[in-house]
Design a protein around this ligand. Sequence first.
Ligand code: GUN
Length: 294
Amino acid sequence: MTTRIDGKAFAERVREQVAHDVAALQAQHQLTPGLAVVLVGEDPASEVYVRNKGKQTAAAGMHSVERKLPANTSQDELMTVVAALNDDPTVNGILVQLPLPEHIDADAVINAISQAKDVDGFHLTNIGMLWSGGESMVPCTPLGCLMMLRDQLGDLSGKRALILGRSNIVGKPMAALLLAQSCTVTIAHSRTLDLAERCREADILIAAVGRPEMVKGEWIKPGAVVIDVGINRIETADGKTRLVGDVDFESAQGVADAITPVPGGVGPMTIACLLDNTVTATCRQHQIARESLR
Ligand code: GUN
């Protein structure tokens, strides 16, 4: 039997913990964590995502700030908005929604965010801290994947982990996190030779390449835990569309010990981890031990 890891229920538990810690920060320290989201332009998928973030931030008892800017906003104007949020003491976390319009240098904007408020964990200092074992902000999607793996497997030490995909947002930070958990980590990508064989060696398989149902059941080591980060919209035979992951969910059944479904797996964890990171950032900015809130 393959366990279906319920990311929706897991995210709910993370959000409950966040709401508890927010209430404790207010009661014990008169602090309300604030999360600012900056959206440039009118990408419909980004708008939905930003709306959901706003709702969940408020539902957790946090202060939510939204800065919606037109698509023709200049680099300087965006930098001015980021600088103002850096200086705003009621804002503890800042997220600039990606992708940004082409005329904007996204790296320059991300690195202009105060490292302590970078709840995405995309700032170069946070990347360096993550790899060197320091106190960093951890990117939300890999953090959510790690939480689910720890919940499923407990100690990850000595496990063979294969990460399919080498993006800065998922693949690379995921590798750093699993290395810190003493896994033996392989990062595979489009040029990897004997990909199916490499996958079959893995106790933990993370698929984050954006290729619909690419990973087949016969690529999976019997008893492995599979985390599917892919969200791909495909057309079905009747002309409708549906969401699928990077793993062929059907053929993974009966092979994997556990797998995250798409939708309802990794997806809901990302915003929950963003809220969690905002509480972590608030605590660090005020030298409060998070455990003291429990
Ligand atoms: N666009 C899609 N996902 C993300 C994310 O996690 N952070 C940011 N900043 N932009 C995104």
